[in-house]
Write a protein that binds this ligand. Structure first.
Ligand SMILES: NC(=O)c1ccc[n+]([C@@H]2O[C@H](COP(=O)([O-])OP(=O)(O)OC[C@H]3O[C@@H](n4cnc5c(N)ncnc54)[C@H](O)[C@@H]3O)[C@@H](O)[C@H]2O)c1
Length: 414
């Protein structure tokens, strides 16, 4: 039975580990976070897309083993790297990829296949990962081991498009590597899409996220000017979406968050600046607009409170949802958290209903009619489906809704 080593057991690596177990592989889930590994070992999942019962079923097969020890990498056939690729002071930080590459290199054998999945700029697999693997193993790619890149498209919380039914882009540093990478993913997903180089696959992922980032910035700016023009932006977007070709709807909101949109486009603009010496203006503009949205939301709330004879200072604010999007508990880079913190700095007493998170920068409360009635303003930031919006509409004195979930005389949309 072939052995799959998955480095990083987070939002990307854990679902992938489950799919590899389902596909019949023997899977080692390697993560440097010992606490996370311990929890996984007793069947406790922290990723919404992997329910505890799925994790426990995988453990019960005897073919899934979480570990924090690189010695367990011994004898792998396939290694997939899914470690973080953050920005540090606005610059791509490939430190996690470099550490993982250096640590796994001694376990690369002739015929092994190593695949990078972490989102990164074109050239990383060949120029950063390959030398580390070659130095540490004493072997050369592609002559002695196979190397490829396959970007993850996982959309946390999306029940329609899963890892298995979303087409997966695959690539290799040579045709033989591509064939190996493709054969691996063909066992996990319904369709693989081959491209001619790892650089193309790396760029494909950045293009997808940059496309979304820019379109969200466009509707955010449209929402601001539409409000000033007295036009309902959502109605205009819905009407435009009736066009069956050449248009795709995006929804305005309080900004972008999570591990992808606020970060990935900057990997591309940084690489363009470094290599070609010029700016990627679309990305810079989208960053500016999306990053300014929390401040815009706060200024609108300030105006709304003012119209009701209340200053922000001393007002009681109830935030609904601190996550970066609905139905997940991921607070990373969340614009909702920025809004809550900005309101707090202006002197508001801020509490948040966030059933998917255990800790946050503001006190967490249950969404009850009492909490809603006591608040000077209820702010909808992450529109989780579990919230009782009818109760909120019927109870709140004033709702500022960035997600178009509430309606009525006391509701002000973004
Ligand atoms: N979360 C998403 O929705 C998503 C979607 C597509 C792509 N991606 C990309 O996938 C990559 C991983 O993202 P994620 O959301 O799964 O991150 P994550 O933080 O949820 O998980 C990464 C895991 O890697 C572990 N790790 C870090 N360094 C390690 C090392 N040297 N050896 C072993 N384990 C190590 C961490 O402890 C962590 O558990 C990133 O490049 C991200 O941009 C994420």
């Amino acid at each position: 039975m072939e052995k799959v080593l998955l480095i990083g057991q987070g939002y990307v690596g854990l679902p992938l580990a489950m799919s590899a177990v389902d596909a019949g592989f023997h899977v080692v889930g390697l993560d440097v976070d010992a606490t996370r590994v311990k929890r996984l070992g007793v069947g406790e999942s922290f990723v919404e897309d992997v329910p505890g019962h799925r994790l426990r079923a995988a453990l019960d097969t005897g073919r899934y083993r979480p570990t924090d020890d690189y010695a367990d990498a011994e004898g792998f056939d396939y290694c997939v790297i899914t470690v973080p690729t953050p920005l540090r002071d606005g610059v791509p930080d490939l430190g996690y990829v470099e550490q993982a590459g250096a640590a796994v290199a001694p376990y690369v054998r002739p015929g092994s296949t190593v695949i990078l999945e972490s989102t990164t700029y074109p050239g990383t697999t060949e120029r950063v990962l390959r030398p580390l693997l070659e130095q540490g193993s004493g072997l050369n790619a592609p002559e002695e081991f196979f190397l490829g890149y396959s970007p993850e498209r996982i959309d946390p919380g999306n029940r329609t498009w899963t890892l298995e039914n979303t087409p997966k882009v695959v690539s290799g540093v040579d045709p033989a590597s591509l064939a190996r990478v493709r054969a691996f993913y063909d066992r996990l997903v319904t369709r693989t899409v081959a491209v001619s180089s790892t650089r193309t696959a790396e760029l494909t992922k950045l293009f997808e996220n940059t496309f979304r980032h820019i379109n969200i910035a466009l509707v955010n700016e449209l929402a601001i000017v539409s409000g000033q023009l007295g036009v309902d932006v959502r109605e205009a977007i819905d009407a435009a979406a009736s066009k069956p070709f050449g248009f795709m709807p995006f929804a305005p909101g309080p900004g972008v968050g999570g591990h992808c949109l606020p970060i990935d486009p900057s990997y591309l603009s940084w690489e363009v600046k470094r290599t070609l010496g010029h700016r990627f203006r679309f990305i810079e503009l989208a960053n500016d607009i999306n990053e300014s949205m929390p401040q815009y939301v706060v200024s609108r709330i300030g105006l709304g409170l003012n119209a009701r004879g209340r200053p922000v200072n001393g007002s009681r604010v109830l935030v609904l949802g601190l996550a970066y999007k609905k139905n997940v508990g991921d607070l990373r880079e969340s614009p909702a958290t920025v809004v809550a913190d900005l309101l707090g700095r202006l002197g508001a007493t801020v509490r948040a209903a966030e059933p998917y998170a255990a800790v946050a920068s503001v006190p967490l409360v249950d969404l009850t009619a009492d909490e809603v009635a006591e608040a000077d303003v209820v702010v909808v930031l992450a529109d989780h489906d579990c919230f009782d919006y009818e109760m909120v509409e019927g109870t709140a004195r004033y709702v500022f809704d960035t997600r178009n979930r509430c309606h009525g005389p006391n509701v002000e949309p973004l």
